[in-house]
Write a protein that binds this ligand. Structure first.
Ligand SMILES: NC(=O)c1ccc[n+]([C@@H]2O[C@H](COP(=O)([O-])OP(=O)(O)OC[C@H]3O[C@@H](n4cnc5c(N)ncnc54)[C@H](OP(=O)(O)O)[C@@H]3O)[C@@H](O)[C@H]2O)c1
Length: 276
């Protein structure tokens, strides 16, 4: 940041940087032929919808799962349907060694990693006075540590390659104190990863882009609970939860060459929930 107009008039060598050599046709910008995309939490919910989006755009995909091994069959299905390579990997993102090893394995199996989507997450939605320290640590280990481990180790690959693209699934609960269920730990884990993403966008400016997606309520296992559902319909300007097919385009946009001027952004997709 310049402190004066005199400072700001200093010409910096190498600037402005050149525009990227990307197609001008917008539909071509969205194609992912030959790209390699890793998605965590890919067996179901938002993660599977995103895996489908990437496969439909012709990317090769590594689908990470933790406990839900339906990911193996789903990877086979996407590979057959779209003529791409799709492989499932069992990785607990809260285990740093497993994450590091899996990232190196994917880079070896696929030859590179173009895009990494850190989507896995979990919630124990309780007030802090009812949350045990074990429950606190569990949420931190997946939502915070898990994203950080993925970012750190895929960042090493991106740095080595000289290119990369990290997309983090955060939440509108990183922006607002969601109601009516008090869930301070979950909210705070998402605020952490949102700011981590923005900070990495700057740190990695020479070789990779980083963006954050902040969904509102989507109808998945982690969508609005019975205690929250009526408030979810009332608060969302669109009067409902999102269907996962409605989030595919955003991840595809961020993963693709349509978004080459976007880094450090945090995109809310919440049916207007946080407007009031
Ligand atoms: N649905 C919503 O309303 C909403 C709103 C805002 C943000 N989000 C965020 O969106 C992301 C996806 O959630 P979802 O709604 O699609 O729910 P979901 O279907 O329950 O997905 C959560 C995923 O996280 C994975 N996961 C949990 N613990 C893990 C661990 N230790 N290691 C690796 N993977 C682990 C699960 O894998 P396995 O099933 O294989 O164990 C599961 O695939 C989460 O980060 C969530 O916080 C969701």
């Amino acid at each position: 940041m310049s402190m004066s107009q005199q400072d700001s008039s200093t010409v910096r060598e190498g600037f402005p940087r050149p525009f990227p050599n990307t197609p001008t046709n917008v539909l071509e910008q969205f194609r992912l032929n030959g790209k390699v995309v890793v998605i965590t939490g890919a067996a179901d919910g938002i993660g599977y919808a995103v895996a489908e989006a990437m496969a439909e755009a012709s990317a090769n995909i590594a689908m990470w799962y933790n406990s839900n091994d339906v990911a193996i069959e789903k990877a086979r299905g996407l590979a057959e349907a779209h003529g791409i390579k799709a492989t499932a990997y069992k990785v607990d993102v809260s285990d740093p060694e497993m994450v590091q090893k899996a990232i190196e394995t994917v880079a070896k199996d696929f030859g590179k990693i173009d895009v990494f989507i850190a989507n896995a997450g979990m919630a124990i939605s309780k007030p802090i006075l009812e949350t045990t320290l074990e429950e606190y640590r569990k949420q931190m280990s997946v939502n915070v540590d898990g994203v950080l481990y993925c970012a750190k180790y895929v960042g090493e690959v991106f740095h080595r390659q000289g290119f990369g693209n990290l997309i983090i699934t955060s939440s509108m609960s990183g922006h607002i104190v969601n109601v009516p269920v008090d869930q301070p730990v979950y909210n705070a884990t998402k605020a952490f990863v949102t700011h981590l993403g923005k900070s990495l966008a700057r740190e990695w400016r020479e070789f990779a882009r980083v963006n954050v997606v902040s969904p509102g309520f989507f109808e998945t296992r982690m969508g609005a609970s019975p205690e929250a559902i009526n408030e979810a319909y009332r608060m969302a300007a669109l009067g409902r939860q999102g269907h996962v097919k409605e989030i595919k385009g955003l991840y595809l946009y961020l993963a693709s060459e349509a978004s080459t001027y976007m880094t450090g952004s945090d995109v809310l997709i919440d049916g207007g929930y946080v407007l009031p």
